[in-house]
Design a binder for this molecule. Sequence first.
Ligand code: ATP
Ligand code: PRP
Ligand code: NIO
Length: 486
Amino acid sequence: MYSASRDDSLTLHTDLYQINMMQTYFEMGISEKNSVFEVYFRNMPFDNGYAVFAGLERVIDYLNNLKFTDSDIEYLRSLDYPEDFLTYLKNMEFTCNVNSAREGDLVFANEPIFQVEGPIAQCQLIETAVLNIINFQTLIATKAARVKSVIGDDPLLEFGTRRAQEMDAALWGARAAVIGGADATSNVRAGKLFGIPISGTHAHSLVQAYGSDHDAFTAYAKTHKDCVFLVDTFDTLKIGVPAAIQVAREMGDKINFLGVRIDSGDMAYISKKVREQLDEAGFPDAKIYASNDLDENTILNLKMQHAKIDVWGVGTKLITSYDQPALGAVYKLVSFEDENGQMTDRIKLSNNAEKVSTPGKKQVWRITSRAKGKSEGDYITEFDEDVKSLDEIYMFHPTYTYINKVVKDFDAVPLLIPIYENGKLVYEIPSLREVKEYAIHELDKLWDEYKRLLNPQDYPVDLSKEVWDNKMKLIDKVRKSVGKEY
Ligand SMILES: Nc1ncnc2c1ncn2[C@@H]1O[C@H](COP(=O)(O)OP(=O)(O)OP(=O)(O)O)[C@@H](O)[C@H]1O
Ligand SMILES: O=P(O)(O)OC[C@H]1O[C@H](OP(=O)(O)OP(=O)(O)O)[C@H](O)[C@@H]1O
Ligand SMILES: O=C(O)c1cccnc1
């Protein structure tokens, strides 16, 4: 049975094969060899033009506490791992370098967004948790950004906790949704832990419990200053809204009548009628909240129908990323220390050209036109290539090399910034508000062509000549060594 006292560490939040590989490295004497792993995803989620990076704060919390506890070791002992390996695990300290995109950064397919360098055993151990966190949070932040892109300046409330894939997803998903554009969440714990504004109306059960809209709204109004009444329990236009108006009049200044929520029916038609009723009753400032299986498509549709909705509550389809269940980011070994102590680049081949990994420790440079103030594309270089001092860069598509351009008069900003140096946190974690503002700022720098919901342009993610040549050289080398054509 589950026991909270044994749940004292996330270090075993990994796949068994990572521990088994660690054991192999340990027993073969290579566990401390230096390695570089990079995280990237191959396809844009939702076919969106960009993704919003999220998850770093939780990754930091996980890495700060990475230590095998006594109960972890006890459990591994029950699986018959040898004592010398268990002692090695018990004494393990996190000593890696980590470079990462910032939360709120816009990231694109086939570029490193997170990079770990250090003893291969440690790098291997953390793969699963790092992917688990970044895959989910980046997906939800991106979904929220899509929803927010159609909502514009109207408030977006995250309502998904009841439908999330369990508690962690609800909590960290609420935070990721805020990074992507949500303004508040209904999850009170998320408010407590992250300082996210919390927001809430009331449910149908309140009206059902009192048996009448008027009685329920009156009871709520006597116990709360800020009131949003849910008006669709019995009949929105005939019963709910008239009752809300009556209670607002009866209570007068004793309450802030913020508005009403509708949660069913034809929300374009109903919201227009509700607006008329509220305006005619002298409540033009009362807002109309809407919820009910909303997502970016229904909201866009409701906007096209000129629905009179002011505040959008989005639950299930945001927190579960309903139309795309996983981001698909991977964690690949790109460089490893050889017998002579030299770092040698590593590649993973595939018959599918897009699945061939790009070897070597790399940096991603966001290239921004100084004249236009907009992003021209991302340029992937070897980690210590100097891009800033170049007068111009030749950018070409890594698969279709005939697609190319020369960029002049640019700013180059590195995407991957230092988070840990030799296991020590060197990054100052920004507040969630700063992260959210940063994401908005980054979105402003993206051309509209990459931001549209449907069929956005492909944002250029190109390799420098050095990285491209290195990749071709390694493909050739492996091909010769295995005698196989790729
Ligand atoms: N005018 C509209 N245009 C497009 N989609 C709409 C419109 N009005 C509502 N919707 C969406 O259509 C779906 C209708 O949901 P559903 O079939 O469950 O009906 P309902 O009105 O919620 O009924 P119930 O009373 O059972 O809750 C929801 O996803 C809702 O967001
Ligand atoms: O529709 P979502 O985007 O998930 O938003 C959250 C939903 O949760 C609540 O009702 P709940 O779904 O619990 O019950 P209901 O379907 O009977 O309204 C609320 O009334 C919303 O409809
Ligand atoms: O506050 C609300 O209206 C709310 C909260 C969670 C789910 N649905 C609605």
